[in-house]
Write a protein that binds this ligand. Sequence first.
Ligand code: PLP
Ligand code: COI
Length: 359
Amino acid sequence: MQISTELSTSLVDDARLAEILANPGFGVHFTDHMLTAEWTPDAGWHDARITPYGPLTLDPATAVLHYAQETFEGMKAYRHADGSIWSFRPEANAARMVRSSHRLALPVLDTDDFVQAVHTLVEVDRRWVPDNTGEGEKSLYIRPFMFASEAFLGVRPAQHVTFMVICSPAGAYFKGGVKPVTLWLTEEYTRAARGGMGAAKTGGNYASSLVAQQEAMAEGCDQVVFLDAQEGRYVEELGGMNMYFVFDDGSIVTPETGTILEGITRSSIIELAGKMGHQVTERKFGIDEWRDGVTSGRITEIFACGTAAVVTPVGSLKWQGGEVPAPASTELTTKIRQALVDVQFGRAEDTFGWMRRIC
Ligand code: PLP
Ligand code: COI
């Protein structure tokens, strides 16, 4: 893919950048540049360009604003101790965007073009990749997204699609760093049904999760847990993370794919935990198994994982009229989190070949 570059003439100055990188938060600051490419049926992908970061001008009839035809990705760039910058399994994000785009009737962006677009933008904005010093693992969060940019109110796949990449320096996703998140079990709302969009990374899934998330917060919980739409019995995932259950014999269970998002952190943990000698099973996992397992002590740890939140221990679970306390331990959760971030930050050997050098 040909990518043109127009550098910003009003870069964030060094002093302000240092201030931002010292305490980046999540998703609130954006780098100096963005990448944009256009697609039409005749020309395919074209006009890929890096330009100064700034607002878009959209026709009010732009299809995505009405029918939500869009997909997105979430990934990170990590600065290693020698100053080099790396991405983590970017081809997996590219492949997932192709699967999501297929579900949303959006065009395919080839893996090579996706990775080139992400890497080129990160290289241009490399001074925004935080040094990994101090508390927490800081990185540059990367948000590729694709949307129906045709101005047309008919309901059909758009004939003009825009792909963009923006980047945002990131600290801890949860305020207060790594501590157990408390969960609210929604019995009213589901996020995905068979044949629906649950496995696609598309805005509508997040829009539909918000009312349940609001309920969770009103109940004093951090995050919401969704159950399957058919029986209301099996644990699916959180609003933005996959789930893992650790048993007292060292075995681990994670809900099977189909209606959940196929997390790249999730699949990496399957490999990492396997290498640590744990038996990992992907299967349906009932909510009663959660309740009984924690109560009896058979389940010793529960954790959630995702690019933004990394690996986070799960504490208590509440629902209308009931509660299960936090599992007894967070030991393996901490070990798995450490093993993963050590590879990402170049402190451990990359035995799975996951890391890609950007610059
Ligand atoms: N599930 C949902 C609904 C998500 O939004 C995310 C975050 O991207 C995940 C799971 C975890 O996916 P990944 O590990 O690829 O970030
Ligand atoms: C990610 O982990 O990358 C996500 O997209 C999740 C989102 C809730 C920030």
